[in-house]
Ligand binder design. Structure first.
Ligand code: NCD
Length: 447
């Protein structure tokens, strides 16, 4: 039996699988109406706990174009969620014969991961809080690939609210994996979150350096621009001048709106937000950059550049249909685009004792405590790096217990090297480990 595949994070797909999805989408886009024999009898369910226009409608259009059907809960606030029904119960019900694939959007980070644990059918993450939005990223990468013929080596600007934009986080991880260079042009105070930066550096080998963005003109005038390249070897010092990486040419500008619905009280007040209009686009380095936006936009892209041939955001939105046709047909098992079994992801382990170590109040492990059993994902053994298996935020671990010896070690201690990952249990601190029956292993000198 083939293993059930979900699309929760962009990391769930290998680069080869993504390329196969782009190729299939390209084929579909030649005639969107010619593929209604691919998924007849299949039903997708849209479970939307947050507003949506493009994502929900393009998914539904994609399933209908594949010959399947859709059932839709466009606003889960008018479902039994308002009676207190949990996400875990909802996906068990809807995945239990009502639908063959679930498309879920939810305000809590990690919601789609939790749904995948309970769903008997594939779950597609259509946006979970400010965490990830992998299918928008596939649409964005597909657009770049169609426009530029490659992704590797492109210089891509990520601009605006990089802190709360889930589209940015998934896109940044994927760009790094494809070997594209990222230029961060954040709105002041809305830089990439630390956990995203850490993942980019430590998992994807990205090296951030300051950039001299004088040739980017207005767009970068008020921003501290950071250049991040996954290209190896890291010999940036050979290429950078005293002011940092010299930006002379940009392939794409990806603009995002302020994610005001996620701001804490007082955050972003009096924000004079970045703006891309005719004069900003006149900058030397942007002369042949495509302008992208996941939409909806507010004022950050002026309507005066809609007719500029570099503005591709409406084409990008249109490409949501063929790429989502490819995703649905692949997850339904109707197109052999995905490997089986999937490439091994990060191993995850239960937390043995005590409180949830995830510090993120908006993580599903803290918002749906009835069903979410806190889990830790092991990003690296040496040095030890662990993150919440739901929302990917870095976790502080003060002690690691060994199930075989029932002793605990400090994270940097030599004894920990002998503990097999599947025997590791993670604790906030030594006291919690001791309370759980894991006394100290007695190593005097951590290294
Ligand atoms: C994005 C989202 O929902 O994160 N929209 C989309 O899916 N195209 C971007 C946004 O809302 O800013």
């Amino acid at each position: 039996m083939t293993e059930l595949r979900h699309l929760v994070s962009i990391d769930d797909l290998s680069l080869t699988e993504m390329q196969a999805l782009f190729d299939a989408a390209k084929g579909f886009s030649e005639d969107l109406t010619a593929h209604s024999k691919l998924c007849p009898g299949r039903i997708s369910a849209s479970l939307f706990y947050e507003p949506s226009t493009r994502t929900r409608l393009s998914f539904e259009s994609a399933m209908l174009r594949l010959g399947g059907g859709v059932i839709t809960a466009a606003d889960m606030r008018v479902s039994s969620a308002s009676k207190g029904e949990s996400l875990a119960d909802t996906v068990r019900v809807v995945g239990g014969g009502y639908a063959d694939v679930l498309v879920l959007r939810h305000p809590s980070e990690g919601a789609a991961r939790l749904a995948a644990e309970f769903s008997p059918v594939p779950v597609i993450n259509a946006g979970d809080g400010s965490h990830e939005h992998p299918t928008q990223t596939l649409c964005d990468l597909y657009s770049l690939w169609v426009e530029r013929g490659r992704i590797e080596g492109l210089d891509v600007v990520l601009a605006g609210d990089l802190r709360y934009s889930r589209t940015i986080h998934s896109f940044a991880y994927a760009l790094a994996r494809f070997g594209a260079n990222i230029l961060c042009v954040p709105q002041g105070g809305f830089e990439l979150p630390d956990y995203v930066m850490q993942r980019l550096r430590e998992e994807f080998g990205v090296e951030p350096v300051r950039a001299n963005a004088s040739k980017m003109g207005e767009l970068a005038a008020e921003s501290d621009v950071i250049y991040m390249t996954p290209q190896k070897p890291h010999q940036l010092s050979l290429f950078t001048d005293a002011k940092g990486w010299n930006v002379s040419h940009v392939d794409a500008v990806y603009m995002t709106r302020p994610q005001t619905e996620r701001y804490k009280a007082g955050e972003g007040e009096d924000l004079s937000y970045l703006q891309l209009g005719k004069s900003a686009l006149a900058a030397d380095s942007l002369r042949d950059a495509v302008v992208m936006h996941p939409l909806p936009r507010r004022d950050e892209i002026s309507a005066e550049i809609d007719s500029d041939p570099r503005s591709i955001y409406f084409k990008q939105a249109a490409r949501g249909v063929p790429i989502r046709m490819a995703i649905l047909a692949a997850l339904a098992g109707e197109l052999p685009l995905l490997d089986s079994p999937p490439a091994a992801g990060m191993p995850t382990y239960p937390v043995l004792e005590g409180e949830n170590p995830c510090p993120n109040p908006n993580c599903i492990s803290n918002t749906e405590t009835r069903h979410a059993v806190p889990r830790v994902a092991l990003a690296s053994r040496l040095p030890l790096r662990v993150q919440c298996a739901f929302c990917s935020q870095r976790l502080v671990v003060g002690a690691v217990g060994c199930l075989a010896t029932r002793r605990h070690h400090e994270p940097g201690s030599p004894g920990l090297r002998r503990v097999r990952p599947e025997e590791m249990r993670f604790f906030l601190d030594a006291q919690t480990a001791e309370r759980a029956g894991f006394p100290a292993a007695g190593e005097a000198h951590p290294v």
